[in-house]
Design a protein around this ligand. Sequence first.
Ligand SMILES: Cc1ncc(COP(=O)(O)O)c(C=O)c1O
Length: 453
Amino acid sequence: MDVRKIFLDEREIPRQWYNIQADMPNPMKPPLHPGTGKPVGPEDLAPVFPMPLIEQEVSQQRWIDIPDEVMEKLLIWRPSPLYRATALEKALGTPAKIFYKNEGVSPAGSHKPNTAIAQAYYNKKFGIKRLTTETGAGQWGSAIAFACKLFGLECQVYMVRISFDQKPFRKLMMQTWGAKCTASPSDKTNAGRDILAKMPDTPGSLGIAISEAIEDAVTSKDTRYSLGSVLNHVLLHQTIIGLEAQKQMQKVGLYPDVVIGCVGGGSNFAGLAFPYVRDKIHGKNLTVIGVEPAACPTMTRAPFVYDFGDTAKTTPLLPMHSLGHSFVPPPVHAGGLRYHGVAPLVSQLLVDRLIEARSVKQMECYAAAMLWAQTEGFISAPETSHAIAVAIQEAKKAKEEGKEKVILLNWSGHGLMDLTGYDAYMSGKLKDYELPQSEIDSALDEIKDYPKP
Ligand SMILES: Cc1ncc(COP(=O)(O)O)c(C=O)c1O
């Protein structure tokens, strides 16, 4: 019988994170101060993040030790199992071997606690007492609520309005772990009040929620902001996924031809992919694909520019693919993928063609997630379904070509709190959104005079 799951012993867990900045052929362009147009220094970021995380943000060191206190908490659910999707392979009649890293086994249900634990630890060590953050789908909010509780920090989460309404149980999870959860835009911040005055019925966006969380952090005592994706240190903490996967794949003597992850800000994709991109930089032949919603096509339709990471323009200018900071994506169910930008590290690798990008419409994603549930059993997060849809595309291609390809995807989270989307799909209410070029153009028009990377 074919192997179904590949485990690592706790003693085999990687003890260091991998920093791709040490290996990139073209280094990431520096974030710029919007006032001076000069690269930001650590002191510019100090009101927002604790210094140990700022140091990781700019570090060029290839391997960074995982502190024992962080490892102790990660061991609650790590190492995560690597599965072979034999039932899906059979249903597709493909010669491809499909493997998936199951990040849904964490207490919050996704990859997000990998960085939440590390961020809570470094903030606590730096003397911070309270963290603020945004959340799209609610996965990140749950993860940081859980991590803050483990390290004795207070936690305030701004949750994008549309997800707040679609996913009430996520709010309850955050509250169970002791956090406060507020729908965004809210009347608690200037940024939220401004948006509400202009767009009272807005579904909200990650960009708006980030503005609220940053404003709260910089105007409150002993408080810092925590971001669940996009930044270098977040991607760094997620590399434990790919480093574990490499050891697990070695155990079955296989190496992937295709590595796939869904992309919102880019952290779960980077977590699985970056250790493999390292191999690619050093000559390995493989395809690495980031998958985004067609309704929020940051990597496939947006230019590589300098833009703000949030709607209220509080962050430095980041070198990234961006649809424009004022772009509010259509209310697709994959709330965690509704972000106007994407990680600068992912953007640079895309520019350098070390990775590829693909976009998928939500109907195809739900069809893929339904097939997955009915074969592999697990109910996927709507975000994760994007990776599944492309894994299925690749498996079908392998069938047409008669090739025994090895496909590896990141199963970034379960969808047990996301069943409203499945309900909409099954009752025929779900639709695809067409995104007219004019909408992208008008958001991009606002940033046309910004510095060019
Ligand atoms: C399950 C899941 N997968 C993926 C994402 C996208 O985030 P990122 O691109 O940072 O991995 C999210 C974000 O909320 C998520 O909840």
